[in-house]
Design a binder for this molecule. Structure first.
Ligand code: NI
Length: 252
């Protein structure tokens, strides 16, 4: 988890700044609600391969999700000790994409390593031209082409914050420091009735070296989640597909 955080914050400086802001605000520590990964459906690098790293640590698969329009499916895993973040893993379905995107998917799968996959980043040659072409069809796949295996986002558990009691307050705090929020679907996705409210920043940016030059591209974003109790009193631990659908757009 520490290595995943280090790799993520290296290209997402705003996450580190916001975490420091929360600590400066009086938080003794910042607990993560979940960490998210993106991948491509396949035997070698699909959801089951990514999840096996976490199952080896005692995580269990919980729910499945479908994102028809974005051509994605996803699952989430939970750990018996709820101080460990949930893991949200999505994969794009190549069979639903154009032959160009399918060809790129095949290449990325081929170039992915068998060992230490979740720490391997994007170990393939990249051209800006290919990135732009992928972007036209799937922002999700274009992002994966840039960054590959790295946490797409970490998510602050608002429920675990001691000095702040709502996601609305978190949003106010970070807006005051001029971090831009993703407003697709509204600043806050979900509601108390749906048992989960989420918000996220817009992805940081970095200059990336491609085979055809240097260009500015989006990296990762930081998310915030506040959960509410179900009828039985236990906090809802799942995800709302309609909200997650908008959160994906934080890397647009
Ligand atoms: Ni998320």
């Amino acid at each position: 988890m520490d290595l995943l955080w280090e790799q993520y914050k290296a290209i997402t400086p705003q996450a580190d700044s916001i975490q420091n802001l929360l600590i400066k605000n009086g938080e003794p520590e910042v607990i993560n609600d979940h960490i998210a990964f993106r991948t491509i459906k396949s035997k070698k690098i699909g959801i089951n391969t990514i999840s096996s790293y976490f199952e080896a640590l005692g995580y269990e698969k919980k729910e499945d999700y479908i994102f028809e329009e974005k051509k994605l499916v996803a699952i989430h895993l939970e750990h018996p000790d709820d101080k460990n973040p949930k893991i949200f893993i999505s994969e794009i379905l190549p069979e639903k994409l154009s032959s160009f995107s399918q060809k790129i998917c095949k290449e990325l799968i081929l170039r992915s390593p068998h060992d230490s996959l979740i720490f391997s980043g994007s170990p393939w040659d990249k051209t800006y031209k290919t990135y732009k072409k992928l972007y036209e069809e799937s922002e999700y796949l274009a992002w994966f082409y840039l960054h590959g295996f790295i946490a797409n986002h970490f998510t602050v558990s608002v429920n675990h914050l001691k000095t702040i009691s709502s996601i609305e307050e978190v949003n106010e705090l970070i807006k005051k420091e001029n971090f831009p929020l993703n407003t697709s679907g509204g600043e806050i996705k979900g509601s108390k009735e749906e048992l989960l409210k989420q918000s996220s920043t817009l992805a940081s940016k970095m200059i990336m070296t491609f085979n055809d030059g240097e260009f500015e591209v989006p990296t990762c974003f930081y998310e915030f989640a506040q959960r509410f109790p179900r009828k039985d009193g236990a906090l809802f631990q799942g995800f709302i597909a309609k909200s997650a659908d908008k959160i994906f757009e934080s890397t647009n």
